[in-house]
Design a protein around this ligand. Structure first.
Ligand SMILES: *[C@@H]1O[C@H](CO)[C@@H](O)[C@H](O)[C@H]1NC(C)=O
Ligand SMILES: *[C@@H]1O[C@H](CO)[C@@H](O)[C@H](O)[C@H]1NC(C)=O
Ligand SMILES: *[C@@H]1O[C@H](CO)[C@@H](O)[C@H](O)[C@H]1NC(C)=O
Length: 576
């Protein structure tokens, strides 16, 4: 191949690789766009002339970005991330011991630096250790190096999800639904290292919620923010992370201590609190229909408000290691219940953020009910809350009731429950059938899709609530993110919600694109240098001929002469 043809081949290959790299990089960095991810849009008020246009907007993959005159985005858009579980040292195989442990011992035996009177046994130990270098040291070291790289990449893989989703979908609030870290058994030093990685890499730019903002439930609470505004306060809330506590952060009921809880709260914010967000009603006529003890005492309308409850449900079930921490959780939930608006009122909406999902019989979600206890008591592990603890949410916090004669006919308060823990994710509807005789009445669970198909949420005599277990954002589970939109419907004076998910995919693609880009960058630099040197008068053809194309080998003259002389001499000798 001539040098000119070779150069043009390189040029074409570089060109094609560049196109592939740019396409893959754009695809990776705009993945929510290519996957059609967006916060669900509220339906616009029924207006015949707008109908066609609206349904078009709703079907558009870029719907969130079409802040058109038709409705606009929901005032509350929660980006919900499940179980990032930052791993660290404890996931590395040769953590805490020398990389070439057996080699070190082999050398020690060899140098007579070990106690061993018998030479035969010493040689046997040396042989053993040398064999183990190949069967233990080398595989462990390779695996540990792989894990180090994996952990490093994983921090940025998670960061990619957080940063890209936040930038593209524009949430008003962000929550991480527990298990921020991967193990409750790590020492303080490793805990601080991981929390530093959490804030400076994976959730870079995010802030923890200040303790004075995270309120204990109260009768006369402070409003945490106003929804629908685009001011500096809204920008602050976009940066804040509502961090839920998980079993891998502080342990289950049987492991949880004040020290574990304390170090979590110092790094990630309080473990139990409420936030209240109000939506002002601008229209004075509508605003005047709101309940007012003096001017409008008969109205059942409250000023639209979202109540976000961050609940540590790690120690709701018994037995707990630390009774006073458990008493605190029970007191906290009872205060929530006593400070809720009466069930007869409309306009308040309760979003529960917690870690362990509610009880559901086997077969509804991937995780089946499971409990394990430490010897001598203490919850060691659980997949779900017990049925009793779950009722505390459904009948206590939400005030739902199977008794049709209960206040507001048992329909309770509106809202939605979000949690994590079951990495696979699950979307369900809890309901109780009031038509059944009281001794047969119990809480039932259906998959949300089935419940919605059967129109269970709309049925009277069937109070219920949706529970969404958000699939994990870990690479093994496809890097999922949940998108919850909540908006206010003035006609029914109720909040409505819609939920969808967005997946980045496994980590391989993320790795591939970045490595590919780096390799291409190196090739481009080398190729660029070559082009520049050609332009600056460097003769590529000559260079190829002298350096790259090997010269034809010729028999050196001198040598052949020497041979001839040799032959002559040879002949002379024989002759002699
Ligand atoms: C509301 O804010 C005030 C002033 O910042 C504070 O003193 C009070 O404790 C807060 N109330 C609650 C329930 O946190
Ligand atoms: C709505 O009415 C209340 C009094 O009931 C008043 O305090 C509030 O400012 C009004 N809001 C707007 C946006 O006009
Ligand atoms: C509720 O119970 C009634 C009476 O047994 C039954 O007819 C109805 O189908 C039940 N509804 C659901 C959703 O299970």
């Amino acid at each position: 191949m001539s040098p000119a043809a070779l150069l043009s081949l390189i040029r074409n290959v570089v060109r094609i690789l560049s196109v592939v790299a740019v396409a893959c990089t754009l695809h990776l960095y705009f993945y929510p766009f290519f996957r059609g991810c967006a916060f669900p849009l509220p339906p616009t008020p029924s207006n015949a002339s707008h109908l066609v246009a609206d349904s078009l907007v709703l079907n558009d993959s870029q719907r969130e970005h079409s802040f058109g005159p038709a409705g606009g985005p929901a005032p509350f858009r929660l980006l919900a991330l499940g179980d990032p579980q930052l791993e660290g040292d404890t996931a590395i195989r040769n953590y805490g011991r020398p990389a070439f442990f057996h080699l070190e011992w082999a050398i020690r035996h060899l140098m007579f630096r070990t106690e061993q009177p018998s030479l035969r046994k010493r040689f046997r130990q040396i042989t053993h250790d040398l064999v183990d270098v190949f069967f233990d040291d080398i595989p462990d070291t390779l695996e540990s190096i792989r894990k180090h790289i994996d952990l490093f990449g994983n921090d940025f893989y998670l960061a990619h999800i957080y940063r890209t989703m936040r930038w593209w979908t524009k949430p008003t609030h962000v929550t991480v639904l527990g298990d921020l870290l991967g193990s409750q058994w790590i020492r303080d030093r490793e805990f601080h290292r991981r929390s530093k990685r959490f804030w400076s890499r994976s959730f870079r730019g995010a802030e923890r919620i200040p303790d004075e903002v995270a309120q204990y439930p109260a009768e006369d609470y402070n409003v945490s923010g106003i929804l629908g505004a685009e001011d500096s306060e809204a920008a602050v809330w976009q940066r804040r992370l509502i961090n839920v506590v998980g079993n891998h952060d502080i342990g289950y009921a049987g492991d949880m201590t004040p020290e574990l809880l304390d170090r979590f709260e110092r790094a990630f914010g309080k473990a139990a609190y409420e936030l209240r967000f109000e939506l002002p009603i601008e229209d004075p006529v509508t605003n005047a229909t709101i309940f007012d003890p003096e001017n409008n005492p008969t109205s059942n309308r409250l000023l639209p408000e979202l109540r976000i409850l961050n609940i540590n449900n790690m120690n709701l079930d018994t037995p707990a290691l630390n009774e006073s921490l458990q008493d605190y959780t029970y007191k906290f939930i009872n205060t929530i219940i006593s400070t809720s608006s009466a069930v007869e009122f409309k306009g308040h909406y309760t979003i529960v953020l917690t870690h362990i999902p509610l009880y559901k019989p086997e077969g509804v979600c991937v995780d089946a009910p499971f409990f394990d206890f430490h010897e001598g008591g203490g919850v060691k592990e659980q997949n779900q809350l017990s049925a009793d603890a779950s009722r505390g949410f459904l009948e206590g916090i939400y005030g739902l009731s199977g008794d049709v004669n209960a206040p507001a006919a048992g329909t309770g308060r509106r809202g939605v429950i979000l949690n994590g823990h079951d990495h696979e994710g699950c979307d369900t509807y809890h309901y109780i059938n009031q038509s059944l005789p009281s001794d047969e009445r119990k809480w039932q669970v259906a998959r949300w899709d089935a419940a919605r198909k059967d129109e269970l949420p709309e049925k009277t005599g069937l109070p219920g609530i949706r529970e969404i277990t958000v699939r994990s954002m870990m690479a093994d589970f496809g890097g999922h993110a949940g998108l919850l939109s909540v908006w206010f419907d003035q006609d029914s004076w109720e909040w409505k919600h819609e939920f969808t998910v967005c997946a980045l995919g496994r980590q391989y693609y993320w790795w591939f694109v970045h490595i590919f880009d780096i390799i291409l960058l190196v090739i481009l630099v080398a190729y660029g240098a070559l082009e520049i040197s050609i332009m600056s008068g460097f003769n590529a053809e000559a260079w190829f001929q002298t350096k790259l194309v090997p010269l034809s080998i010729q028999k050196p003259e001198v040598k052949s002469e020497a041979k001839k002389t040799n032959e002559k001499t040879n002949g002379h000798i024989t002759k002699k």
